[in-house]
Write a protein of this length. Sequence first.
Length: 72
Amino acid sequence: MSAKLAPRMVTMLKMYGNGPQGKHCKSCAHLVIKQWDKRYFKCDLNKDTGGPASDWRVTWPACGKYGERVEA
């Protein structure tokens, strides 16, 4: 686990446990990409505040709710 995780990610790991070894949020089905002037990443398991308080890092370790993203 990374030494510096935001409290919202620490909470996710406490709630759902650790995901598969070596997997990150970037390849998770729960990652939501919102596009405005730039891209913002959110987790659909976490409350979306519409601001930076709910922004998600794609490099964070996957939690126990990890599901492989399927591209259509």
